[in-house]
Design a protein around this ligand. Structure first.
Ligand code: BES
Ligand code: MN
Ligand code: ZN
Length: 492
């Protein structure tokens, strides 16, 4: 499928399906629309009346146009009131149009949507995102190809002539989101620490990133006792993955993105019981997946920012070699941890990854992790928790997320709650009391970052969606690749 920017007026466009966006209470057919209606034998007016289409947000209507017309199908999509238009409502409108066109088996589609905030580049970008992200379907694990597969070959964004770069950028971002979705959706017998290392190699060789993979023995030399403690019961070797993107010229800043990469979380000897969702714990590498997705997008967009993409990848399993609850581990910064719960493993893997990133001399570190069920209890499935040691970094991420259409809520770094992690024997325990469980998790991580501005994103809820939501089909969402890319580009 090819998406093109063109200045062909909607009145002159010919093809299978023409889609037009309407604001609520502004569906009078004036100007070129009156002409278009006349040209189509009154089809637009008739459809508006028959479908009682009012342009309210999320509404749409489709009709066939009489043979002999320049188009075969007409799709109307409601945008809500003009003054409430957002980038995300445009993504959703574009997604609704693409789904209708697919349903109607259209091969060519012309889309006429308004420009947001006098910014045609950003508008073309989000329209492209809406189309590509809603049409992506994962049929890798089906024996037969999708009978209802997308027939769309060509999409023209009418009135967006010259915005080819925006479409190219959106396509790169969508490739990143789709990579993240596919990594999260694939089961734990397919996506393993070894396969994650292979994926990183593919990204590195395709897009010219440098890649460092630390094997178990390398991690031992660096004293990564926390990460290796989690890995020790698995039959599959752990991989500490470090991809680096360097701009051609001087980098205006250097950042690190760290993703939790637990390819399966059984809980360890504190094994996840019935009703714990253990069968969904393939998603526990969602942070690493989004990190790789961001790497794939950023390597194509080529900003003048140096970015380190890091994940300490392992399974959390049980065996005769498993960590015992109560074991004491030493992380690579020398801090000791009493593992009072082997199911709080993500923070152990992140501890050593944070220490590693902090030594790179970056200007900021962001980690993202499916870290706690407590964060889902606090914020529900659609909103990620955000903790930060630096207000400016927190604000950058909030702005990046707003433009991306991804939701975050800043949570308190309440130092007093660190009391809940005090251990009589070691420097800290890895698990505090149930109340405020996502906050103690963030405070635990904070022990492994020195002075570098740092933000922690608990994405346990949003990486997976039970139902279709606009441009995100149900299942793995690819959250928060778009936020990460916006943040690195500093364009929010
Ligand atoms: N991977 C889980 C968190 C999680 C839960 C992610 C649900 C996605 C959906 C994490 O490793 C975990 O098990 N956390 C425990 C921590 C507890 C033992 C302190 C939890 O949230 O119950
Ligand atoms: Mn766990
Ligand atoms: Zn986990």
């Amino acid at each position: 499928m090819e998406i093109r920017a063109t200045d062909t007026p909607r009145l002159e466009w010919t093809g299978d399906a023409l889609a037009i966006g309407f604001f609520e209470d502004a569906i009078a057919l004036t100007g070129d629309l009156a002409q278009a209606d006349e040209k189509l034998g009154g089809a637009i007016k008739e459809l508006i009346e028959e479908a009682e289409f009012k342009g309210s947000v999320g509404s749409n209507a489709v009709t066939r146009v009489g043979s002999g017309s320049s188009i075969r199908k007409l799709i109307l999509v409601g945008l809500g009131k003009a003054d409430t238009l957002t980038l995300d409502s445009l993504r959703r409108a574009a997604a609704a149009i693409a789904r209708s066109a697919k349903q109607e088996k259209s091969k060519t589609l012309g889309i006429s949507l308004p420009v947001f905030n006098n910014d045609p580049a950003l508008t073309a970008q989000v329209i492209t995102e809406g189309i590509v992200l809603t049409l992506h379907q994962d049929h890798r694990f089906k024996s037969e190809p999708d009978p209802k597969g997308n027939k769309l070959e060509q999409v023209d964004l009418l009135g967006f002539g010259g915005q080819d770069a925006a479409i190219t950028k959106a396509t790169a971002i969508c490739e990143g989101v789709i990579l993240a979705r596919e990594l999260v959706a694939a089961p734990a017998n397919v996506v393993t620490p070894v396969s994650m290392a292979k994926t990183a190699e593919e990204i590195a060789s395709s897009y010219g990133l440098s890649l460092e993979i630390l094997e178990q023995s390398d991690c031992e030399k660096l004293g990564m006792g926390a990460f290796l403690g989690v890995a020790q019961a698995s039959e599959i070797p752990p991989k500490f993955i470090h991809l680096t993107y360097k701009p051609e010229g001087a980098a205006k800043r250097k950042v690190a993105i760290i993703g939790k990469g637990v390819t399966f979380d059984s809980g360890g000897l504190n094994i996840k019981g019935a009703g714990s969702g253990i069968e969904t714990m393939k998603m526990d590498m969602g942070g690493a997946a989004a990190t790789f997705g961001a790497a794939k997008a950023i390597a194509q967009i080529k900003p003048d920012v140096e970015v380190h993409f890091i994940s300490a990848v392992t399974e959390n399993m049980i065996s005769g070699r498993a960590m015992h609850p109560g074991d004491i581990l030493t992380a690579s910064n020398g801090k000791t941890i009493e593992v009072n719960n082997t199911d709080a493993e993500g923070r152990l893997t992140l501890a050593d990854a944070l220490v590693f990133a902090d030594k790179l001399g970056v200007d900021a570190i962001v980690d993202l992790a499916t870290l706690t069920g407590a964060c889902i209890i606090a914020l529900g499935n659609d909103i990620s928790g955000l903790w930060a040691t630096d207000d400016s970094l927190a604000n950058q991420i909030k702005a990046a997320a707003e433009a991306a259409g991804e939701k975050f809520w800043q949570m308190p770094m309440e130092e007093k709650y660190f009391d809940g992690l005090k251990s009589p024997l070691a420097d800290m325990k890895n698990t505090g009391p149930r109340p405020g469980g996502s906050i103690t998790a963030a405070l635990f991580l904070k022990q492994f970052v020195k002075e570098t501005p740092w933000a922690h994103l608990d994405i346990a809820g949003p990486v997976w969606a039970d139902k279709d939501d606009g441009y995100n089909p149900s299942g793995a969402t690819g959250f928060p690749v778009r936020t990460l890319v916006n943040w690195v580009l500093g364009e929010a």
